[in-house]
Design a protein around this ligand. Sequence first.
Ligand code: SF4
Ligand code: SF4
Ligand code: SF4
Length: 357
Amino acid sequence: MSLTTGRGERDYADGNYVAIDAGWSDAPPRKGFFTDTSVCIGCKACEVACKEWNGVPEDGLNLLGSSYDNTGALGASTWRHVAFIEQARPMGRQDAGLAGLPVGPTATGSVNQVAANQVAANQVAAQMVAGEVSQLGTSTRAVELGMPSFELPGVRAEAGDRTDFRWLMSSDVCKHCTEAACLDVCPTGSLFRTEFGTVVVQDDICNGCGYCVPACPFGVIDRRIGEQGTKNVGIAQKCTLCYDRLGSGQTPACAQACPTESIQFGDVEELRERAATRLAALQAAGVSQARLYGEDPEDGIGGAGAMFLLLDEPEVYGLPPDPVVTTRHLAEMWHMAVAAAGTLLVGAAMSFIRGRR
Ligand code: SF4
Ligand code: SF4
Ligand code: SF4
C-alpha cells in the first residue's frame, strides 16, 4: 500500500521507511506504542518505571487542585504523564462490572447526611441545625468539592441525589512522529532518528538552544530546569522510547511495568492492526465515542510511532485534534523570504539609481 506523506510518496513495503530515510540501510521493523486508554487504571506505574530506569528527577509533588493528577503535563522531567480527566458522564459500557447499578452519591452529599443524622440525634443541636448553625456558630453544611464518594454505589443516597461520573485516564508520551519537527530544527544533530524509527536526544550534543521546544506540535519536549547540579539541567529532554533497552531486545520500562497492558509495545505496523481491531470491538460493544489518535500515516505528522485509543475528543485529553508538523512549509517559507529579500534589494537599488539622476 502506498501513501502520500509530507515528504512524498511512501510504500509500506519499504518497511521502516523513517529509518531508511534517515540513512539506516539495514533497519529493523519500526518500533512504537499503542496505548489503549480504555484499560488504564491510573496507577502511574509507567511514570514511576520511566523515572527509575532513566534516572529522571522528580519535578514537584503537587496536587493540581483540579484532579488527582500531580504531574500536569509532559515535560523535561515527566516523560510519561498519566492524565486524570473527571467527567460528569455515566461510565456506560466501558465499565467492567458496575454498568446498570445505581451510581454513588457525591462525598459532599454523604457528609451532609452524616452531619445531619448526628446533629439530629441531639435535640438542642437539632434546633440549631434548623438554622443551619453549629455550636461554634458556623455553617453545618459541607462545601461541594466535587469529589466522588468512597461508599458503594447506592448505599446511602436516594436516586435523586446520585451523580453520574467517570474518570478518563491516559498515559501520554512523545509521539515519535514520522515527520518530527523537533528533529528538523535541531541545529546540532543532538536529536536524531534511530534505527528503530524513534526520535532520541543525545544529552552530550544538545547545546540547550531550545529550538525544538516550540517546534513540537504536542508540547512534549522541553529544557530541564532545576538547581545547579541537577542532571542534564538546561538540556532538552523527552522520552527516548528506552533506546538502551531496545538495543538489547528489551521492552521499554513503562510498557513492562503497566499491569493492564494499556501500554503495548511492538512493531508499528502490527500495532496499527491491533488498534483497529480493539476499536472495532469497543464500538461493537456500544462505546461509540472510542477513536484512534496518531494511527493514520496520512495525518499532519505522517502518523505517530506512539498511537492511542481515546474514549473522547483528543482535546479532552489535552491533545491537538489535528496536529501538523510545524516544519512542513519550511522550504516554501525560505523561498518566500529569499524572494522578499530580493524584491527589497531591487527596490533599494532602483531608488539609489533614481536618486543619483
Ligand atoms: S515533534 Fe514532539 S512528539 Fe514528535 S517526536 Fe518530536 S518531541 Fe516527540
Ligand atoms: S519508553 Fe522509556 S523513556 Fe519513554 S516513557 Fe517509556 S520508560 Fe520513559
Ligand atoms: S498506562 Fe498502565 S501503568 Fe500507566 S497508569 Fe495506566 S494502567 Fe497504570
